[in-house]
Design a protein around this ligand. Structure first.
Ligand SMILES: C[S@@+](CC[C@H](N)C(=O)[O-])C[C@H]1O[C@@H](n2cnc3c(N)ncnc32)[C@H](O)[C@@H]1O
Length: 224
């Protein structure tokens, strides 16, 4: 298993399954290839993978395809193999999991469900948002086996002419429980800045070309 700095282009491309992964109609669905990359690098067959906020189940599908064991939780249960659970308390023993993937809410920009416990109802402009995500982080650290890794996707916020560095603010909390392996910049196919239309808009409206998500890859901090 590799626990080292990685870039998406230094890993040999292998066959990537042709079955559906998750549901791309689900609000905030994670691109399956991100999870596929992580599982290829940080897990082996038979390892236990957990996603505490698995939404439409992309992690479940990718993990199964790669012959990993998998448990997916969410408050919003949209399929039978997702277990309803608030990720601030994960019903697993400490030191029992080989890898955790999580794509958490980034703010209150998307409605996932009517569940009042949904962290996606809290704005990332509030300290409370990071307090609640830190509870999830602490649970992830508790269930991970010593030295094992996790991947966390989050984005910054730019709305109503106000920027909030949600990624950096979360990272500061994560550092209490994990040490860095890598930070990957995720861009989405239709949002790549490298197109004429975005270049022209940037010139016309005088803005920087931006728009990406962070993929934080970290490993459980060793107790001194
Ligand atoms: C960005 S989506 C995850 C998408 C998922 N990776 C997929 O591919 O479909 C964030 C998820 O966090 C869930 N969520 C928010 N607060 C939660 C909590 N306290 N406990 C468990 N899940 C929560 C939401 O219901 C939502 O499904």
């Amino acid at each position: 298993m590799q626990i080292e700095s990685t870039t998406l282009w230094d890993f040999p491309r292998q066959n990537y399954g042709d079955k559906p992964h998750g549901n791309n109609k689900y609000n905030g669905v994670t691109p399956a290839f991100v999870i596929w990359n992580l599982l290829q690098r940080y897990t082996k067959e038979g390892d236990l993978v957990v996603d505490p906020m698995c939404g439409s189940g992309t992690t479940i599908d990718v993990a199964k395809e790669l012959n990993r064991k998998v448990i997916g939780y969410d408050l919003n249960v949209v399929r039978a193999d997702v277990i309803k659970n608030d990720s601030r308390k994960i019903p697993l023993k400490e030191n029992s999991v080989d890898f955790v993937f999580i794509d958490s809410p980034y703010s209150d920009n998307i409605k996932y469900s009517d569940d009042e416990k949904c962290i996606g109802k809290i704005s990332c402009e509030k300290t409370e948002f990071y307090d609640e995500l830190e509870k999830v982080a602490s649970e992830i650290a508790r269930i991970l086996k010593p030295g094992k890794a996790m991947g966390w996707v989050i984005a910054d916020q730019w709305i109503k002419k106000k920027f909030t560095a949600a990624g950096v603010l979360l990272w500061q909390r994560l550092e209490k429980y994990f040490e860095p392996i890598d930070i990957i910049c995720l861009t989405r196919h239709n949002q790549t800045s490298n197109t004429g239309i975005w270049h022209n808009r940037a010139m016309k409206f005088n803005f920087y070309l931006r728009g990406f998500k962070y993929l934080f890859i970290m490993k459980k901090l060793e107790k001194k």
